[in-house]
Ligand binder design. Structure first.
Ligand code: SF4
Ligand code: FES
Length: 240
């Protein structure tokens, strides 16, 4: 099968502006887009830059925009893209994060927001037994956000961030906060309010649902943000 990848290339050190470059390649329909990028790097242009690690949809490092939609290159089958969208595939880096080179973006700001929400268990006491006991129902309460692989697809897709409507902490950071806020063993909701309960915290979300659409792990991102908003309101009512 012959396809053309149209890739947005940019080296901020040497280029005045990003520009698209076409690569015509012969691929197997069962190849993934990541395989094709690796083929190009090995055989056609060693300077093409992109991130990848696990190649199995687990590490989150190869999120990029494929035909205008945030996806993981390792989870995108060539056959599916070509059948549904044609044999010319456009690839761009994630939006709202500075481009380091080609498809590689700088995640510093994204991870700063992640660290801000204290994404770790904050218990107030030692466990009564050898471990903290939790029922299956209590565990189910935060099952959805545990699936997050910090790929930043939601961050790129978020119109609030993209259009600079607010300096939003970002959907992924709230999902990571929700992972612990709804954990019965955690008592860290209050210390997390500093980063969540402010205009650029959860309240900057305007429920566009683009994050939910973009998430390659199927996380109900907007729902998690709205549940966190509700939890913050409850906490504040209790404190009054
Ligand atoms: S919530 Fe989904 S899209 Fe956002 S960082 Fe986590 S896995 Fe990626
Ligand atoms: S390379 Fe790890 S998620 Fe794609």
């Amino acid at each position: 099968m012959n396809i053309t990848l149209t890739i947005l290339r940019y080296n901020p050190k040497t280029d005045s502006a990003p520009k698209f470059q076409d690569f015509a390649v012969k691929v197997e329909p069962t190849d993934r887009l990541l395989d094709t990028l690796m083929f190009i790097k090995r055989n056609l242009d060693g300077t093409l830059s992109f991130r990848k690690s696990c190649a199995h949809g687990v590490c989150g490092s190869d999120a990029m925009i494929i035909n205008g939609v945030e996806r993981l290159a390792c989870k995108t089958l060539i056959r599916d893209v070509v059948e549904q969208e044609g044999a010319v595939v456009t690839i761009e880096p994630l939006k709202s994060l500075p481009v380091q080179r080609d498809l590689m973006v700088d995640y510093e700001h994204f991870f700063e927001a992640y660290r801000e929400v204290k994404p770790f268990l904050i218990p107030t006491r030692d466990p009564e037994h050898a471990e903290y006991i939790q029922t299956q129902e209590q565990r189910r309460q935060f099952d959805d956000p545990t699936k997050c692989i910090l790929c930043a697809a939601c961050y790129s897709a978020c119109p609030v961030i993209r259009n600079k409507e607010a300096d939003f902490i970002g959907p992924a950071a709230v999902v990571q906060a929700a992972r612990f806020v709804f954990d019965s063993r955690d008592k860290g909701a209050e210390p997390r309010l500093d980063s969540l309960d402010r205009p650029d915290g959860v309240w900057a979300c305007r429920s566009y649902f683009e994050c939910t659409r973009a998430c390659p792990r199927g996380i109900k991102v907007t729902k998690n943000i709205n549940l966190t908003k509700r939890q913050i309101k409850k906490l504040k009512e209790k404190g009054q």
